[in-house]
Design a protein around this ligand. Structure first.
Ligand code: T1G
Length: 695
């Protein structure tokens, strides 16, 4: 919830000739709180009543038009006036109302604009109905009005994806009637309103036009096709299906009946656990940006140029993140061949994106033009931020940081992309400035995955930490602070899960049993499929391999995962996985050698032992202060590991199960959890006291 929302929204009416300009404000994003709804009603009513006013411009102060319902009000008793009252007043106005849109007109904000008779926007504005990301649907007529403007096909795409539609596309689709010059929204809207009066244009109501929905009427197959085409994307979620049903109602029913369907389905969603989880995740992501002992006004380094050491998969992906944000990058490799190879991979990635129509050739060249290759680390001397992304070897990293200490300009932030190594030890290598060292752990593929673990070393300065968080947000990442420990937050919990998965292999579960349970829970894939994807030979070497684990035996057999066509699974030429009899036999041989006998392992046991082991490790991460708050851990898992957002994250999920139940189950599994397993004292305490991680 916004920590600095003012007590009340404000409104004012200015009259310029025949035009009444109603301006409302409720920082920071003009959310439709109770006071904002009242302000809108008061402002519009005043304009209605004013004798000189013949047309009304509705505009917002601050950085954006109405950004939607006040999410903090959900789950609480509704407070009058309702949004419907404000919308009805506008839509039934005897004077034309023109919405003047800047920033992001989202959710209920766009639904208010859709009740206006006309809409104008500046070029930088965006409109959208992103309720699906909150596990909801547009509950104030958006599912009925948007299809009546842009058509059912576009509405299905926009609403189930929660798209922020750029002004140019809004104009093309009829969602806005005019785009006015940037920075001249008020004047442009007033001029448009004068034009409406001069031309005697009608009091047009979106609800009255059906021509855009008629082509879909009585054609259920169009909706069936859409459902099928998006089944994978919508897997496990309720909200997309409910949104589709509302759009079907818009196509097939009169407006008011369709709105009744929308209301019924909205109420079902808003009261359900999925939306509760997704609203929690929304605020959790924003809370992660707040570091209690690092004030918002902490000085930060202006990052105008970035240096990256290593042009491999990670280095190249990280370079793309900055090039995408328009920041020049110097990328350093040890030899020209490695550098050329790395830059060629980056170019290929951009060209593949361009082939999908998501980038123009010109944008590809512009981004490639921001990348400068070098084989000389001295070329990093002028960089404001340098990120090391080389092989996971402490000696190599320390050697690099010692060189950076000598090369980089004063004030530069020196970051390591290590995924698990001790950032404090790395910092000692930058002997003259350990305070400049911070971890910036990107997730592969770095140009795609949103999570950035910002690892705070014992000596990391507030400026280095705040700079890493700030630049992380600027390049579109969700940055979460982690303390220093092996694996930080995400990988440390993943290791706890892996230990249970490997143990259950030796008790009778097969890799595909374990993967199926976690996939059905909502994870994108299970641990074994993930290992095959990443490659079983990460950290493995032929020279030292001793056939001591299933993974080692698989690697020794050259079954190193998808890249070799076989790992835990067998793969066809399209990389479709299927259980492998080779792996089954290897597991059986290992069990026989260990004198283990197979026992039936239920799906519940698989889920509880893997997920509760992660929750237990997370509780330790919390009590050790590695994570600042439980919701940070959930933000890590949703944005870095594909945890289904409709389950809120491991800690939110543990609260829905109940810490006491988690403890009971872990105690019941006892020895099976492994000799080194111990239940977190914090978890035991929450269970004993009936308390929760996230409430
Ligand atoms: N309600 C309450 N607080 C909100 C809020 C909202 N809708 N949107 C943002 N905040 C807070 C946020 O928590 C943060 O607080 C501050 O504002 C700045 O946000 C009936 C049912 C608008 C694109 O889903 O997408 O309408 O951390 O850091 O990066 O059909 O906020 O500063 O204390 O995100 O510039 C639909 C959600 C609601 C839009 C701005 N609307 N918001 O991004 O700032 S449901 C949304 C956003 C609805 C109707 C339905 C983004 C933004 P703090 P921020 P930003």
């Amino acid at each position: 919830m916004s920590t600095h929302a003012p007590a009340n929204a404000t409104q004012r009416l200015d009259v310029e000739g025949a035009i009444g300009i109603v301006t409302v404000a409720y920082p920071p994003v003009n959310a439709l709180s109770r006071s904002m709804r009242q302000a809108i009603i008061d402002g519009i009513a005043a304009a209605q009543a004013h004798p000189d006013v013949q047309a009304i411009v509705f505009i917002c102060d601050g950085r954006t038009f109405l950004a939607g319902a006040d999410i903090t009000e959900f789950g609480k008793p509704p407070q009058a006036p309702s949004l419907y009252e404000a919308q009805d007043l506008i839509e039934n106005s005897t004077k034309p109302v023109i919405a003047a849109i800047h920033g992001t007109s989202l959710g209920g904000g766009l639904e208010v604009a859709l009740c206006c008779h006309y809409r104008v926007a500046v070029p930088s504005a965006k409109c959208g109905l992103p309720e699906v990301h909150l596990g909801l649907l547009p509950g104030a007529g958006g599912t009925q009005r948007l299809p009546r403007i842009v058509g059912a096909a576009k509405a299905l795409d926009y609403i189930t994806a929660g798209t922020h539609i750029p002004a140019s596309e809004c104009l093309a689709s009829g969602l806005v009637d005019a785009v006015v010059p940037e920075g001249e929204l008020r004047a442009g809207a007033v001029a448009f309103a004068r034009q409406v009066l001069a031309e005697g244009r009608p009091l047009r109501k979106v609800r009255d036009s059906d021509d855009k929905v008629l082509p879909f009427r009585g054609k259920p197959e169009l909706f069936a096709d859409f459902r099928q085409a998006n089944a994978k994307r919508f897997r496990g979620f309720l909200a997309p299906e409910y949104n589709i049903r509302c759009i079907e109602a818009a196509v097939n029913l009169p407006f008011d009946e369709g709105k009744a369907v929308e209301r019924k389905l909205f109420l079902e969603l808003v009261g359900g656990i999925q939306s509760q989880a997704q609203r929690y995740a929304f605020f959790a992501e924003r809370a992660a940006a707040k570091i209690p002992d690092v004030p918002d006004d902490t000085p930060t380094v202006k990052v105008a140029s970035v240096g990256i050491i290593g042009a491999g998969t990670m280095g190249g992906g990280i370079a793309m993140c900055f090039a995408n944000a328009g920041i020049p990058v110097t990328i350093v490799e040890t030899a020209p061949a490695a550098l050329d190879k790395g830059l060629a991979v980056v170019r290929r990635n951009y060209e593949n994106t361009a082939k999908k129509g998501k980038l123009t050739a010109e944008q590809v060249e512009k981004r490639m033009g921001l990348l400068t290759g070098s084989v000389d680390m001295n070329s990093l001397a002028g960089c404001d931020l340098v990120i090391e992304a080389v092989f996971e070897n402490m000696a190599i990293k320390k050697e690099i940081f010692a060189k950076l200490d000598a090369i980089c300009k004063p004030g530069a932030v020196l970051a390591t992309n290590t995924s698990a190594l001790d950032v404090n030890e790395i910092a000692t290598a930058a002997a003259s400035r350990p305070e400049a060292v911070v971890g910036m752990h990107f997730f592969s593929p770095a140009n795609v995955m949103k999570l950035l673990e910002v690892v705070r070393g014992a000596k990391t300065s507030h400026t280095a930490l705040a700079t890493a968080m700030q630049i992380g947000k600027k390049i579109g990442k969700v940055a979460v602070v982690s303390g220093v420990c092996p694996g930080f937050i995400g990988n440390r919990m993943l290791r706890a899960r892996g230990e249970q998965a490997q143990a259950m292999l030796m008790e009778g579960a097969m890799p595909w049993d374990i993967d199926r349970v976690l996939y059905d829970f909502g994870m994108p894939m299970g641990p074994f499929a993930m290992s095959d994807l990443a490659g079983l030979d990460i950290g493995w070497s032929k020279e030292t391999s001793k056939s001591s684990t299933v993974r080692e035996v698989l690697c020794e057999m050259d079954r190193r995962g998808q890249k070799t066509g076989a790992g835990y699974y067998d793969y066809d030429d399209k990389r479709n996985a299927k259980p492998s009899e080779v792996t089954r036999q290897i597991v059986r041989d290992f069990m026989a050698k260990a004198g283990q006998t197979t026992r039936p392992i239920s799906d519940d046991e698989i889920l509880e032992r893997t997920v509760y082991a992660m929750v237990n490790e997370a509780a330790k991460i919390l009590e050790e202060g590695i994570a600042l708050r439980a919701s940070d851990i959930d933000t890590v898992y949703i944005n870095g590991y594909g945890w289904p957002v409709y389950r809120g994250g491991p800690m939110f999920y543990a609260d829905t199960v109940g810490p006491a139940t988690v403890v009971d189950k872990l105690q019941a599994y006892g020895e099976r959890m492994g000799a080194g397993f111990s239940i977190s004292p914090l978890l035991l305490k929450l269970a004993a006291e009936g308390r929760f991680f996230t409430r």
